[in-house]
Ligand binder design. Structure first.
Ligand code: MN
Length: 255
């Protein structure tokens, strides 16, 4: 089995190194990861400058490259270049959960999405903490999951798996649950400051203020100590059966 491994935290992240070592027990691993932090870059791809891949050494990988591209670029580089075609694409392990609508901003999740768009089985995996992150449990679970995906092929068409692991020692993790996306509400904090020349600049930040867990969601699974596995499909079409919408749209004046 050949695994293409990427992430959005960059080639030097501890989560990437932990999962590379773990997956190397069952697969040949090629790493192509951003040369620096690319969190929250979503599904951006690079069209207006050259993409580079610099060979680096990384334990567990048969080949590893640091790229100036985004996470989605890294998947494209690994699947469309002259490198051997992977059987499975893995993105992570991310520091910080990717729950609910965070999947829309996440570079980690978008890398797995890019693989799914290309028809390759893929997973994104994150641990729900930004500091003192415990990667061991997620690294072991990823190995079991990747092996199972390769042998049993359970993924429906156009679907990949978004995995979130509580930040707990491996022996305290509760069993995986198949979940749906919950909703997270964020504060949108925009700090306005002045640079040394007196010109304003803005620094965007935000934190989840409210999480709508609810039965069966990824948020509830992780908050109760379970590993969450959410199938993600890239068809974002909304509900077309809403009583008023078809008449509204198709009754619009258009000339
Ligand atoms: Mn990240």
């Amino acid at each position: 089995m050949l695994v293409l491994l990427t992430n959005d935290d960059g080639i030097f992240s501890a989560g990437l190194r932990a999962i590379a070592l773990s997956l190397s027990q069952i697969a040949r691993v090629i790493v192509i990861a951003p040369e620096r932090q690319q969190s929250a870059t979503g599904h951006a791809i690079t069209l207006h400058k050259p993409l580079r891949m610099e060979r680096v050494d990384l334990d567990g990988a048969i080949e590893a490259y640091a790229s100036n591209g985004t996470p989605a670029d890294c998947v494209i580089l690994g699947t469309v270049s002259d490198l051997p075609k992977p059987d499975i694409v893995v993105s992570g392990i991310n520091a910080g959960a990717n729950l609910g609508e965070e999947v829309l901003y996440s570079g980690t999740v978008s890398a797995a999405m890019e693989a799914a768009l290309q028809g390759l089985p893929s997973i994104a995996i994150s641990v729900a903490a930004y500091s003192d992150v415990l990667y061991d449990g997620a690294a072991v679970f990823a190995r079991h999951l990747v092996e199972g995906l390769y042998l049993e092929r359970p993924l429906p068409a156009d679907t990949f798996l978004n995995v979130n692991v509580p930040n707990k020692p491996a022996d305290q993790l509760l069993p995986p649950k198949l979940t749906r996306l919950g909703r997270r509400k964020y504060t949108n904090v925009l700090s306005k400051r002045l640079d040394p020349r007196g010109r304003p600049y803005y620094w965007f930040s935000g934190a989840p203020v409210e999480s709508e867990g609810g039965e069966g969601t990824d948020i509830t699974a992780v908050s109760t100590g379970h590993i969450s596995v959410t199938p993600i499909h890239f068809d974002l079409t909304g509900d077309m059966t809403d009583a008023r919408l078809p008449g509204f749209v198709e009754g619009l004046r258009f000339r």
